[in-house]
Design a protein around this ligand. Structure first.
Ligand SMILES: [Zn+2]
Length: 136
């Protein structure tokens, strides 16, 4: 495993721990015995890999009422606003291959219309727990 992959896993592990913690708190408030499913919305620009997140969640939630929960993940596309031409809309990282390996966006993303990098991200950084399914 190279250092980039290891960093990715650490990033996802922290995220998994947070998800497990929040879901457990909600489930316990409702006197649930077990969490069976967690519905998540994850923005493309969070750079979270769903398969890795499911994998590390098993570890993060081990021994808790969330340990057998299935993570149902919906990906939300990223969106930018272009300060040059006024374009507003979806962009994917496929259009910006240089960001795949970085795991972070420090420069502007390319505007799909005018190719300017003078853009700002307006969507795709969210990580929302939509709801959870529990057994009483
Ligand atoms: Zn533009």
């Amino acid at each position: 495993m190279n250092s980039l992959e290891r960093n990715d896993l650490i990033h996802e592990f922290g995220t998994a721990q947070n998800i497990a913690r929040v879901c457990q708190r909600v489930a316990l408030q409702h006197s649930a015995k077990k969490i069976t499913q967690i519905n998540l919305e994850i923005g493309e620009f969070t750079f979270i890999n769903p398969d890795q997140l499911r994998f590390v969640f098993k570890i993060a939630a081990q021994g808790s009422i969330a340990e057998d929960a299935y993570l149902n993940i919906t990906k939300k596309p990223g969106a930018i606003r272009c300060k040059e031409c006024g374009f507003e809309g979806k962009v994917t990282l496929e259009d910006n291959p240089e960001y795949h390996s970085l795991g972070t966006i420090s420069l502007g993303l390319d505007c799909p219309k005018c190719k300017s990098k003078n853009t700002e991200i307006i969507g795709g950084r969210e990580l929302n727990i939509k709801d959870i399914k529990v057994e009483d």
